[in-house]
Design a protein around this ligand. Sequence first.
Ligand SMILES: Nc1ncnc2c1ncn2[C@@H]1O[C@H](COP(=O)(O)OP(=O)(O)O)[C@@H](O)[C@H]1O
Ligand SMILES: [Mg+2]
Length: 454
Amino acid sequence: LSGALSSITYFSVRSSVLNQQESSLRHEAIDVAELLSGKLQQKVPDYPFLLASYDTPRGSQSLLYRSGKWYPSSPSLTQAVLPHALESLVVNSGRAAQQTIRRNGIPELVVGVPIRLVNSAYFQVFDLSDVSRTLSVLLGSLVLAAAVTTLGGALVGSWGASRALRPLHDAAQAALSIAGGRLDTRLESEDYADLAVLTSAFNRMADRLQERIEREVRFTSDVNHELRSPLTTLATSLSVLEARREELPDRSRRALDLLSDEVRRFRRLVDDLLEISRLDAGLGEVHLDEVTLGSLVEHTVGATAASVMIDMPPDATELRVLVDKRRFERIVANLLDNAKRYAGGATRVAVERDGGIVRFAVEDRGPGVPPEERQRIFDRFSRGTSGRRRGTGDGTGLGLAIVTEHARALGGRVFVEPNGARGARFVVELPLSHNGATDTPATGHARTRRRPAR
Ligand SMILES: Nc1ncnc2c1ncn2[C@@H]1O[C@H](COP(=O)(O)OP(=O)(O)O)[C@@H](O)[C@H]1O
Ligand SMILES: [Mg+2]
């Protein structure tokens, strides 16, 4: 808008100033021509001298045409300066005319007036550089003013828009922070008095959510506790019975074996359920330790299965990584346990570094995982064909679901692929630069307040 206003101003001022200037100069030339007309009827010896006496103080020059000859007021002016069309209009057609020209880069106005009485014509050339300088100063200041107002408008606009949108931005950050597991995030109500409804609704929602999740977590841990103590009693009683196994009759011995299998399975189930429900509640915080990749893998694998070959490139061994050791151990333990159960043990643990990620692969030479099961076995309570085979023990179908959740909490992922012609290869990919669960906002700082945990 300011650009448009500036152009309109400039062009209307320019046209009116030029018109005024031209009309006053035209009158001046006509006046001189009239005076000359009188003088020319007498005998005049020196035309240039006569003409020079009429030149205005503003530095105009003149040229007289008389009987096929040209007489300039100063030697710098010649007939060649006159535009051809103007000259022929004045000299041949006997009509007054004017035209702006540019000589040596200076704008000039040429006015031609015929003097019919003595068969002559009078041309006067005016210097227009003053007007043109004034107009260019005007143009410069208008362009500057337009630029300043446009920039100012843009700044004020963006400041106003960002101010108006800040509460929404903060609410979005707070929502992201809650989604990332920080349930005690709240919006500050004092900051936005006019958005009190939004803030209080948001905070109430967050309160309810937090209460609910905390209740669920309490419930899970209560259930776990309540289940554990009878289970422990059962297990103790069973071990008493098992100690006297030989004294029991055949049928009771078989019943005892069945019972201890089921109790072991039940214990595992309770442990796995507890672990996965804690993961769901987002309770498992990520405790990052800085360790070298080599010691991490050796330590973790060694704790579960001593005799697995570890394949690691030499430059990766000394690489320092930030990782949650407990979660990493849970991942590796589950994968090695599966390999032992379903594939007769892992044959190799391979560590590879690929740009910003580290890849851990647990390989075996067992039956492998059929393509249609490769996705499904990571679901909860889902067991594959090899899991349903007899003699594979007390699986719950939760192991790989737990692995998935831990990998996600570390910002990575897990999948299975065939290990060459035979066997399975479970791959865990973790980012080298760890920044928590993937849904945690990585940057940006919500203007929010954290409430102390209840
Ligand atoms: N190394 C493996 N080789 C073949 N199948 C496997 C292997 N590891 C896991 N599976 C399949 O994935 C299923 C799910 O594993 P998991 O979630 O650990 O549960 P669970 O071990 O309790 O059955 C298993 O039942 C099995 O069919
Ligand atoms: Mg398992």
